[in-house]
Design a protein. Structure first.
Length: 524
């Protein structure tokens, strides 16, 4: 090797070493003192060992802003490729400048071009405030691909590739709008924040004096706003869960989800279900217990676990294959459908439909929650989103009425004939109809009951007769073609697995003429 080549190689090594120090050792140490990982450490922890290939490592180095505050590239997670960036708060606070914005855009665009998931690890206050001496051109506002236009590749990639964000610090402006366009958002409790404007600006404009957590912390967005899909106690816990989520998903919309050998017998009976679910519709139970005994090895990856708890959604496996679970939760509002649960249910089902993940609906609901609060909050509009998504779905879909499904609950959980649910099953204890048995008895026999010599005894008699004659699915099934079958609870797992296997070759609806259109206009 000649002297010139040797010098250039040494120079390259020194420059790369300097670039990888980000804002310098002091700032990296300060990040550690806060109990936080550096941007580079986050990527190294998240990706498979040695798999990271970095884009443009030397950019910004000569200007004193190595990588311009963002580390971008690709690598693998459990052997599968992902495109990833990690914002670096040690470089001008992680703010989005000319080249960092361009590289954010390109990272999403590359993921879309390659048909691989995009992962964003966010820790940025948003757009970088330009110096007064800088022109719009200097700050990159006239570049077509910049931080302010990243929403375009996010939108183009929606439903084509999985897009997932981990919020690692306090984020504002475009650093929250871009994640809001992705499929899932995870947050670190007491560490990450999301808001359009921070506490200082809020106090200046409205007079409200709020902490970062009170305004946009993980608890707020996981329990109240529903913006985030999960909060975790540490950055590593968040990234571990992110990796687990990817294990349920295909690389893109043209692929099928991965199949895993879980070792769980597909014919395993589930006798315990009759102990978990009482035949008395007034007795609550935790639907998580139902899900856990049905799915492979009891593993359930719940989405938005703390938001709209009356509805439970998440990913699981049945005979090693990914499925989306949508279940009413009788322990909260008796499993009623609400404004928030409708948003939660719709969002999840549409994701599953995008990425070829079959959906199983476990039903036990008295219908939509009544009251002025729900009506004034737009339950009609929000409930219509559910109906729209159910009628639009093309993946295999199975509904199981475990105990009750009344009124609008039959609509919102897809048991009505003509809504294209592939198979509708009932347990023998199930009740379905416009109203529950007590309300139906009051409607049909109330006057007669009140005029009787013993109204209490008459009511009990009429209720028993109604349940036996009209709320008995075994009688209903003899004249209702929409029932696929009435099954014993113990056979639930086996029946679901066999049904999903049967439906695995399902194609788009071929029984009706396809209407040509750009896209529908979902009620929002």
């Amino acid at each position: 090797m000649d002297k010139f080549t040797e010098d250039r190689i040494n120079e390259l090594r020194e420059k790369k070493k300097a670039a990888k120090l980000g804002g310098g050792q002091k700032k990296l140490d300060a990040q550690h003192k806060k109990g936080r990982m550096t941007a580079r450490e986050r990527i190294e922890y998240f990706l498979d060992d040695g798999s990271f290939h970095e884009h443009s490592v030397l950019i910004g180095l000569e200007d004193g802003t190595p990588t311009d505050g963002i580390i971008c590239g690709f690598g693998t997670v459990n052997g599968k490729k992902v495109s990833v960036y990690s914002q670096d708060p040690t470089i001008r606070g992680g703010s989005v400048g000319v080249w960092s914005g361009y590289r954010m855009y390109k990272t999403v665009e590359k993921a879309l071009q390659l048909g691989i998931p995009f992962i964003g690890l966010h820790d940025s206050p948003g757009a970088r405030l330009p110096k007064l001496s800088e022109s719009k051109t200097a700050i990159g506002m006239l570049m077509e691909k910049n931080g302010g236009s990243i929403f375009y590749p996010n939108t183009q990639g929606s439903g084509v590739i999985p897009q997932i964000c981990g919020m690692m610090g306090s984020c504002a402006g475009l650093s929250v709008y871009s994640p809001a366009l992705t499929d899932f958002i995870f947050m670190v409790d007491k560490q990450s924040h999301m808001y359009i404007t921070g506490p200082a600006m809020v106090k200046t404009v409205t007079g409200e004096d709020l902490t970062h957590d009170e305004l946009g912390g993980a608890e707020v967005h996981c329990t109240k706003s529903g913006v985030a899909d999960g909060r975790f106690e540490s950055e590593k816990a968040l990234m571990d869960k992110l990796k687990e989520l990817l294990s349920y998903l295909p690389q893109n919309a043209d692929e099928q989800p991965p199949v895993v050998n879980t070792g769980d017998d597909p014919n395993r009976p589930v006798d315990v279900l009759t102990d978990i679910v009482s035949s008395k519709s007034s007795r609550a139970y935790d639907v998580h217990k139902v899900i856990e005994v049905i799915v492979d090895n009891g593993k359930f990856f719940e989405i938005k676990a703390e938001f709209a708890k009356e509805m439970v959604v998440g990913f699981a496996r049945l005979d090693g294959k990914s499925v989306g679970i949508v279940a009413n939760q009788p322990m909260v509002y008796a499993g009623s459908l609400t404004v928030d649960s409708s948003d939660k249910q719709t969002r999840f089902m549409r994701f599953c439909d995008c990425f070829n993940i079959p959906v199983v609906l476990l039903i036990d609901t008295p219908a939509y929650m009544p009251g002025s609060d729900q009506e004034h909050s737009g339950i009609i509009r929000h409930g219509a989103k559910v109906l729209y998504s159910l009628c639009e779905m093309s993946v295999p879909r199975i509904s199981l009425v475990m105990r009750k499904s009344y009124g609008g609950g039959n609509l919102g959980m897809g048991t009505i004939p003509g809504m294209k649910t592939d198979m509708v099953y009932y347990w023998p204890i199930a009740e379905a109809g416009v109203l529950g048995a007590p309300a139906s008895v009051e409607l049909h026999f109330g006057k007669e009951i009140r005029a009787s010599e013993d109204p209490q005894a008459m009511r009990a008699q009429k209720l028993e007769e109604y349940i036996t004659q009209y709320a008995n699915p075994m009688r209903e099934a003899s004249g209702n073609w929409s029932f696929e079958d009435i099954i014993e609870p113990r056979d639930t797992r086996k029946v679901l697995i066999r049904s999903l296997e049967y439906l695995s070759t399902k194609r788009q609806d071929i029984t009706h003429r396809t209407i040509k259109k750009k896209h529908g206009n979902i009620p929002l």
